[in-house]
Write a new protein. Structure first.
Length: 88
């Protein structure tokens, strides 16, 4: 347990950030799961719509610091690759 005032504050801040980051990551997981469902069903229109939503959610999480920016770009790149493979 923290003994100093600054360490106690740091512990409180870490708790808040942990909750915020985990909620962001959960949101990413659910949108990506919906995207995979649309891909599985070969529904191109729904997949493109969900890809827009997913990329927005992923970039937002990266800008908040829940994900690294390159990780976010890599995720979106892989997802868009799968959606574009539906077209052909």
């Amino acid at each position: 347990m923290a003994n100093h005032k600054s360490a106690e504050k740091r512990a409180r801040q870490n708790q808040v950030r942990n909750i915020r980051n985990s909620s962001q990551k959960t949101r990413i997981k659910t949108t990506v799961k919906k995207l995979y469902e649309a891909i599985q069903n070969n529904d191109r229109v729904a997949a493109e719509e969900t890809l827009k939503k997913a990329s927005s959610v992923i970039f937002k999480a990266a800008s908040k610091g829940a994900l690294h920016k390159k990780t976010a770009s890599r995720k979106i790149s892989r997802l868009s690759k799968k959606v574009s493979a539906l077209a052909s």
